[in-house]
Design a binder for this molecule. Structure first.
Ligand SMILES: [Zn+2]
Length: 434
């Protein structure tokens, strides 16, 4: 039985003659979005026919088989919101349990069983790309957790990058694999049912295989045409956006978007975007509408996003490479969790306005609110993946780093520099438009 399910799960795979990265593609995680699967079948048929020089392995999987059969987003619950820690712990304890659960728990169990060995094998870099389409009319775009590694991969695709979604959505596949150190992104190709969305997916798959180092663009027929098609579809849009607001739909509120909100359309503060039983739902500030909900299933009503200036991205990369965040606990209102070194607690009453923008700059994301305190956690694999960490930790063992080193004059100087960097960062954030 399990073997039969796995065959249907597998769209296809392609293995090169040389060891190298493994790139996992998911299509149809939402059952009403088959465009990614069609595109993956098309790319795999070209690979199997042409046999271009290829390093590593490409694996393409179907996401929600039961929902794909019904052409609905999901059957019982959203497969892309159930990858939470308690559920993952339960899966890890009992991966082969076949007892009753939701339809999506069954899908998750099968995907988990296939993905786990690949995701935990650190012998070569692993990438995961989740292919989607949207209910509203939309240009293509990418969603990614804001790590330097993810940015590097996503920048190869000529489409806007959306940062910060990992703070607002719990239980996504991207969050799950990202926490394991996998470079991961979701590519949204355009509106459901549009032929152009399939073309966008095909172009993005080739670009990402090339960016991961599996093949050379020179060996892909139509590579540059695909890139040009994507670039043309996003002409006039900013390169990077940050999610600033999510409107969560409550059960029974009868949420209805106002008609005509194409994804990325500019909106004004106070503009009526949707209606519910309680009345008009207005934008909390100026920005761009993002992923307005024009289908019955799903509870993300809409998001509001704002462009991120390129200087801020560069500054953030520079601060992260310098590991300035090590000095965060020296700032007033901020303390590190002694039992979880990657976690930092901020008291917004003391730390004031530099929370959470400065935390984002330094590679942290907000994970919860405890009373008045905000808890942030650092992206563990921001600059390096787990495979590199293994090599580094071996070196460290030889070098024998003393973590309880006393504060020296050099450290004091570092602290002085870091504080001025933070001041510079916050000043830039304050005075210049984002
Ligand atoms: Zn989707």
């Amino acid at each position: 039985m399990a073997q039969q399910a796995e065959l249907a799960r597998l769209i296809g795979e392609y293995r090169g003659g040389v060891p190298g990265p493994r790139v996992i593609f998911l299509g149809g995680v939402h059952g009403n979005e088959p465009a990614g699967i069609i595109a993956l079948e098309r790319v795999l048929s070209v690979l199997h026919a042409a046999h271009p020089p290829f390093r590593g392995k490409m694996l393409a999987l179907r996401g929600n088989l039961a929902a794909l059969a019904r052409s609905s987003r999901y059957v019982d619950e959203d497969l892309n919101r159930i990858w939470t820690l308690p559920r993952l712990n339960a899966l890890a304890e009992c991966p082969r349990k076949e007892s009753a659960g939701t339809a999506e728990e069954k899908e998750q169990r099968e995907l988990f069983r296939i993905l786990q060995p690949i995701l935990h094998d650190c012998s070569a870099p692993v990438y995961l790309v989740d292919l989607h389409t949207t209910s509203s009319e939309s240009p293509p775009f990418l969603i990614l957790a804001d790590t330097i590694r993810n940015r590097k991969l996503a920048r190869q695709v000529p489409a806007p990058l959306i940062l910060g979604m990992e703070e607002l959505l719990e239980g996504t596949i991207l969050n799950y694999v990202g926490d394991l150190g996998i470079s991961a992104l979701a590519f949204e190709a355009g509106q459901h049912g549009q032929q152009r969305s399939v073309e966008h997916h095909v172009a993005a798959i080739w670009i990402l295989l090339s960016a991961a180092g599996c093949l050379s663009a020179a060996h892909v027929p139509g590579f540059e045409a695909g890139r040009a098609l994507l670039a043309e579809s996003v002409a006039g849009l900013s390169r990077v956006f940050e999610v600033r607001f999510r409107y969560g739909v409550q059960a029974g509120e009868e949420f209805r978007m106002e008609p005509g909100y194409r994804n990325f359309r500019k909106i004004k503060r106070g503009e009526t975007l949707a209606r519910s039983r309680a009345g008009a739902i207005r934008s909390p500030f100026d920005g761009h509408i993002f992923m307005p909900l024009y289908q019955s299933q799903g509870n993300d009503g809409f998001f509001v996003i704002r462009p991120v200036a390129s200087f801020r991205l560069k500054l953030s990369e520079w601060l992260r490479r310098l590991k300035i965040d090590k000095l965060l606990p020296f700032l007033p209102g901020i303390s590190r969790n002694p039992s979880a070194p990657d976690e930092v607690t901020a008291n917004p009453l003391i730390a004031r306005w530099y929370v959470p923008e400065v935390f984002h700059l330094l590679g942290y994301r907000k994970i919860r609110i405890e009373g008045r305190r905000l808890i942030f956690v650092k992206h563990r694999y921001d600059l390096y993946g787990p495979e590199k960490e293994q090599v580094r930790s071996k070196k460290w063992q030889v070098a024998s780093v003393n973590v309880s080193e006393p504060i020296t004059f050099a450290h004091s100087l570092q602290l002085l520099l870091a504080t001025s960097h933070l001041q510079l960062a916050t000043a830039l954030l304050c005075n210049l438009p984002l």
